[in-house]
Design a protein around this ligand. Structure first.
Ligand SMILES: Nc1nc2c(ncn2[C@@H]2O[C@H](COP(=O)(O)OP(=O)(O)O)[C@@H](O)[C@H]2O)c(=O)[nH]1
Ligand SMILES: [Mg+2]
Length: 217
């Protein structure tokens, strides 16, 4: 009996990611896929960016969560186009979902698209969404061992944002260990220390954004 083996289960997903990439490229949009644990500050970082750049960069947001429209409501309050994807329990976004969201919010006219992935440090890493850049968001409150324990995210991201640095005085967070582990995994990747609460370091994040937006702004 011949055993059938299904190879490349990811193939369909990869093809959809290419369609997303093509659509975004044609529309001249830079898309950021934000990946982190729940509560690290992805939505807060998007909100801070909209407050700083919203008047000179045309921003759109796709929010991914297992349930609720709470993050989308936070973004909508800032007057930015937003689509919420509910994965109904699913632990990551896939490119097909992004395509459907793009049907609801055509990318034409946008310059910067945030895609906030489902809060999870494992599953979202496996799925290419067709994004231009992958952003790893970590927070000091999670502990310094996350890059070492979840290396795939930090290996595949183009930038790491370390959020909640305002809390470091109250934590046993070892910044040198965090930076050292990230450097070992991805020597060239910038690590930006920010606090969405106090605004510290947001300027460095905006500088990074300015660089990646140069082709479209
Ligand atoms: N102290 C502190 N709290 C923050 C900071 N950024 C976000 N938070 C809080 O952390 C919680 C989770 O933030 P949120 O942006 O919803 O995280 P997400 O789940 O990754 O989107 C909220 O209560 C935020 O107010 C920060 O820089 N410092
Ligand atoms: Mg969120």
């Amino acid at each position: 009996m011949q055993i059938k083996v299904v190879k490349r289960l990811m193939e369909a997903s990869e093809q959809h990611a290419e369609v997303v990439r093509q659509r975004l490229r044609e529309a001249g949009v830079v898309a950021l896929n934000l990946i982190s644990a729940p509560g690290s500050g992805k939505t807060s970082l998007i909100e801070a960016t909209i407050r700083e750049l919203g008047n000179r960069v045309r921003i759109g947001v796709i929010e991914g969560d297992p349930d609720t429209t709470r993050d989308a409501e936070r973004i909508a309050r800032l007057g930015v186009p937003v689509v919420q994807i509910n994965t109904e329990g699913g632990c990551h976004l896939e490119a097909t979902m992004v395509l459907r969201a793009l049907d609801e919010m055509p990318p034409n006219g946008l310059q910067l698209l945030f895609i906030e992935n489902v809060g999870n440090l494992v599953c979202p890493v496996v799925f290419d969404l067709g994004e231009t850049y992958r952003v790893a968001v970590a927070s000091a409150a999670e502990g310094h061992d996350k890059p070492a324990k979840y290396p795939a995210l930090f290996r595949t991201a183009q930038v790491t944002v370390l959020n909640k640095i305002d809390l470091i005085p109250y934590l046993d967070f070892d910044e040198e260990q965090f930076a050292c582990d990230v450097r070992r995994l991805n020597p060239q990747m910038p690590v930006l220390r920010v606090s969405c609460r106090t605004g510290e370091g947001i300027g460095e994040w905006l500088k990074w954004l300015d660089e990646v937006l140069k082709p479209v702004v």
